[in-house]
Design a protein around this ligand. Sequence first.
Ligand SMILES: O=C(O)CCC(=O)C(=O)O
Ligand SMILES: [Fe+2]
Length: 302
Amino acid sequence: MIMTDPSQPPDPVDLRRASDDGDAEAAHRLAVLAAVGFRMPPDWTLALGQLARAAALGSGTARDQLAVLAPDAGPVAAGRDDAAAWDQAARAVDLASWLAPPRPMMISPGPHVLSIPGFLPPAACDWIIQRASERVGPAEVYDPATGLGRREGARTNSACAFDLWSLDLVMVLLRERVIRVTGLPAHGLEPLQVLRYDTGETFDWHVDYLTPDQPGLAEDMARKGQRIATLLVYLNEDYEGGETAFESTGLRHRGARGDALMWANTLPDGRVDTRTRHAGLPPVKGVKWVASQWCRSGPPRR
Ligand SMILES: O=C(O)CCC(=O)C(=O)O
Ligand SMILES: [Fe+2]
């Protein structure tokens, strides 16, 4: 198997060689890099081709993802289990629909909050919960002084983040929908986070925008810009309570499984919108799962 060093960005050329040599994991990782366009232009034909190759080489994750992405063709391929069947499953992925998010509906003008019913199909929600279940740990708050996460009482829920080493194609498609619906640059997407709230756990009142007066953040913001939008996808619905709440308006929102909530953390003139102070309220029964995508503006234009 190809050597993977998480401190180094994966190299598509090495992955290609390993995939050609029959390394299923390399084929899967190359599929993700091709889809996001890492060190190459985004190439969905290559991405889906490598996903099919990974599946044919025995990758369980690739097979499961094809079942999510092409619900009718994936299981058929699993029954036949030959390379041609997995190729056929990958060709059955309706990429145009996957890349077309449903229309947002405004639910609050200021702060500017929109809901997007049916943002993600249920099977994709289940898949993301399954992936995150293996990884979640105590949620941390970004500490600009160290640039690392730090545990804080305000956040009692669990979380995990997916970077280039751990994203999969279902998650990349979620992020593509975020890019299309927000109109924000792909390179401004922070790692995808998945949050889990057990009964009684919370993400207490906070804002998502960054304030450059905190040490360490000015430089980070000069490089990546402000965190101008947040998009949440509610991944399940079998819990009670657990709304996303906005302090200024009293808005409490809870989507059904697959629905998204999105808001602008800044005003049209670029200043931060203090009315966006919000919380993930504690579920009073059951467990809440949500995917959270923070979006940066990209470096400010000079
Ligand atoms: O879980 C929620 O409803 C809120 C999550 C949140 O505030 C965030 O991810 O920034
Ligand atoms: Fe937040």
